[in-house]
Design a protein around this ligand. Structure first.
Ligand code: GLN
Length: 496
């Protein structure tokens, strides 16, 4: 089954003419037909457009295209519904962008296309990327390919589930507080959040502009390196993208990590940590030690305040960013007697409950009288959190933590309790607050030995955090771990 291969496996096959891009694309479309009714990763896709892109790729291959220059040639890549793809819908999982069609390509989409990828499909997500389970999608909830009674994580839940279920070879997500790493962990795939400024945000619908980054979700670490090499780099259309050269991430993969210094933050070993997660992380760390990593305990003293600071800063920025959805410029319009009524009715009808909650919270923390008490303080805490990390990185090359405090939870389990839902990001938000990079790599499963009969095994993710623009080091450690521990990927029961 061609759809179950990785990018590197497929491009090798395509280069040797053992299969065509059309066959690969068709295999993904067939898999979607077969399993997406149960998983619901896709909001929509255009099969005819995808196949015609595949034909273009096949022509390029036939005329001797260079896979070094176009490392994604003929590879189907699906994208989260928050990225603009010219001529395709972009709804951000929301009703307010009803019938909106992107007039241009996001920079990452430009780059995927230039590298030869077949960009297809719109992947489900929490509305405007606000959430941790895809239950906030205005359309439907995506289900976890390992157990359809559970959530796939969020907000890039569709992006993670689609890769886990082999419906796409790789996907793009966005990560504002964990939305790539958390669903990657819960679905058993690799998810990389680049350093703030590594990847252009042009054409990414903004949630919280100072925290958002686009990144890949892939079947293995090598593919994450390939994808980052394609989408990374300075873009004159995003002034926050950094003119730092893009290294050859794939060439830097090297299974030898002898002498790498790995920090374990004392503050992350919290009481609420699921015992299965704790066990899996402990054995991953042991494995890394066997592979030559030097492990030491470190301290990130302001960790306790990261989620609180995040849930002030992110809604504050969101309240400003989402002001543009007013019924005049994009998507949905509900008429009113005057413009004010039109804005109110459109936003009232178009936004879901969580988005409204964030807008109200964000407006509150920015309002005069509360600005100093909340927003300004959160920004000061943000500086302290960044300093914690920079200080730690004077001592260690990377930091290892669980990606999530628990494995995938049940649909509905946390949807009535926003605070519980917010806490599922407890280990991921700090990286965005500090602007550093992070990756989640599969590190095993919950054990079914002591569990009730019929309880499925669920994936667990190891998070590695790295210094600004230290993606190479993270990828190298993650690669060594993956190669030395789980060289073959297991398939989820819903998409065998
Ligand atoms: N779950 C977090 C939130 O709801 C993070 C979301 C994200 O990274 N986009 O804000």
């Amino acid at each position: 089954m061609l759809n179950s291969f990785t990018i590197s496996e497929l491009t090798a096959k395509l280069a040797r003419r053992e299969c065509s891009a059309r066959q690969v694309m068709q295999a993904c479309l067939d898999q979607i037909q077969r399993v997406d009714g149960r998983i619901k990763a896709f909001l929509s896709y255009d099969a005819a457009d995808a196949l015609s892109q595949a034909e273009v790729a096949d022509k390029a291959i036939a005329s001797g295209a260079d896979f070094d220059r176009r490392p994604l040639l003929g590879v189907p890549v699906a994208v989260k519904d928050v990225l603009c793809v010219k001529g395709h819908p972009c709804n951000c999982g929301s009703k307010i962008l009803n019938r909106f069609v992107s007039p241009y390509d996001a920079t990452v989409i430009d780059r995927l296309k230039a590298a030869g990828a077949i960009v297809f499909g719109r992947l489900n997500m929490d509305e405007f990327a606000m959430g941790s389970s895809t239950e906030n999608s205005a359309f439907f909830t995506t289900l976890n390919p390992w157990d359809a009674t559970r959530i796939p994580g969020g907000s890039s839940g569709g992006s993670a589930a689609a890769v886990a279920a082999d419906e796409a070879i790789a996907t793009l997500g966005s990560d504002t507080g964990g939305s790539i790493r958390q669903p990657a962990a819960l679905c058993g795939v690799v998810g990389l959040k680049p350093t703030y400024g590594r990847v252009s945000r042009y054409g990414l619908v903004a949630y919280a502009s100072s925290l958002d980054q686009i990144g890949p979700l892939t079947k293995d670490v090598r593919d994450a390196a390939t994808m980052l090499g394609v989408i990374g780099g300075h873009d004159p259309r995003d002034s926050t993208s950094v003119p730092e050269p893009v290294p050859d991430y794939v060439a830097a993969l090297d299974a030898d990590i002898k002498g790498i210094k790995l920090g374990l933050p004392r503050e992350y070993m919290i009481g609420g940590l699921d015992p299965e997660v704790k066990r899996a992380i402990a054995s991953a760390v042991q494995r890394l030690q066997q592979l030559g990593a030097e492990v030491r305990e470190i301290s990130l003293p302001h960790t306790d305040y990261a989620a609180a600071a995040y849930y002030i800063i992110a809604p504050a920025e969101a309240s400003a960013n989402l002001a543009r959805f007013d019924g005049v410029r994009y998507g949905l319009r509900v008429e009113g007697a005057d413009p004010i009524e039109l804005y109110g009715k459109t936003r009232g009808a178009g936004f879901g409950a969580e988005v409204k909650r964030r807008i109200i919270l964000g407006t509150y923390v920015l309002s005069s009288g509360y600005y100093d008490a909340y927003y300004l303080r959160a920004q000061k805490v943000r500086t302290l959190i960044r300093q914690d990390f920079l200080k730690a990185f004077e001592e260690v090359d990377a930091i290892a933590t669980p990606t999530t405090p628990t494995p995938a939870f049940k649909v509905g389990e946390k949807s009535d309790d926003p605070l519980q839902m917010y806490l599922s990001d407890i280990f991921t938000v700090a990286a965005n607050v500090a602007g550093i990079c992070g990756i989640s790599v599969p590190c095993g499963f919950t054990s079914t030995e002591n569990a009730k009969p019929g309880t499925p095994k669920l994936p667990i993710g190891l998070q590695l955090l790295g210094k600004p623009f230290g993606e190479q080091t993270l990828l190298k450690i993650a690669y060594a771990y993956e190669q030395g521990t789980f060289p073959r990927r297991e398939k989820p029961p819903l998409a065998p």
